[in-house]
Write a protein that binds this ligand. Sequence first.
Ligand SMILES: CC(C)(COP(=O)(O)OP(=O)(O)OC[C@H]1O[C@@H](n2cnc3c(N)ncnc32)[C@H](O)[C@@H]1OP(=O)(O)O)[C@@H](O)C(=O)NCCC(=O)NCCS
Length: 155
Amino acid sequence: MKIEKATKKDLKELDKIKGCKMPKLHISRLEQQKKRKAIYFIAYEKNKPVGHVFVYLKGNENYHSCPTLQDVFVKETERKKGFGRMLMNKVEQKLKNLSYKKIGLDVETGEKWLKKFYESGGYKVIGKIHQQTWTQKDSGKKMITKVWHLEKKLR
Ligand SMILES: CC(C)(COP(=O)(O)OP(=O)(O)OC[C@H]1O[C@@H](n2cnc3c(N)ncnc32)[C@H](O)[C@@H]1OP(=O)(O)O)[C@@H](O)C(=O)NCCC(=O)NCCS
C-alpha cells in the first residue's frame, strides 16, 4: 500500500472509497490542506484506491494537542484484509517523518471494537469522555456524539 496527499484529481476516487458522493466534505478537506492546517491522505493498493484518512495537524478540538486523525476509512468491499491497520502504520510513519512526536484520534463511545483496534495499535485513552457537535458538510445535518480521545507516542 502507498499513501499520498489527495488532490482535486482524486475527488472521484474519494467518493468511490466512501461509496457515496460527498463533494463538499472532500473539497473542504482539500482547502484545509491548502492552508497547511491538515493533510488528506488517500491510500492505494496496486494503483486502486482503498482508503483515506484526514489529519488535522494541530487537532480541531480544544482538548487536542497533536496531529489528530479523522475519518480513518477503508472502502467497504476492501475491509478486513488488513488495509485499516496498514493505513494507520503508513500515516504514523509519515507524521513521524515530519518530526511529530505523537498522534491522536477520537472514537465514538459506542464503537467498542474500534477502541480495541486502536488500543492494540498502541493508542491510549487520555482523559474523560468528550461531547462533540458538528454539522455534516453535505447533508447539513447537525451531529452530536460522545467520544474517547486516544493518543500514541511516535518513536
Ligand atoms: C475501521 C476500518 C478503517 C478498519 O479497516 P479494515 O481494513 O477493515 O481493518 P483491518 O482489516 O486492518 O483490521 C484491523 C483489526 O480490526 C478487526 N476488525 C475489522 N473490522 C471489524 C469489525 N467490524 N468488528 C470487529 N473487529 C473488526 C480485524 O479483525 C483486525 O483485528 P486483528 O488486527 O486483531 O486481526 C474500517 O472498518 C472502516 O472504514 N470503517 C468505517 C469507518 C470508521 O468507522 N472509521 C473509524 C473512525 S474512528
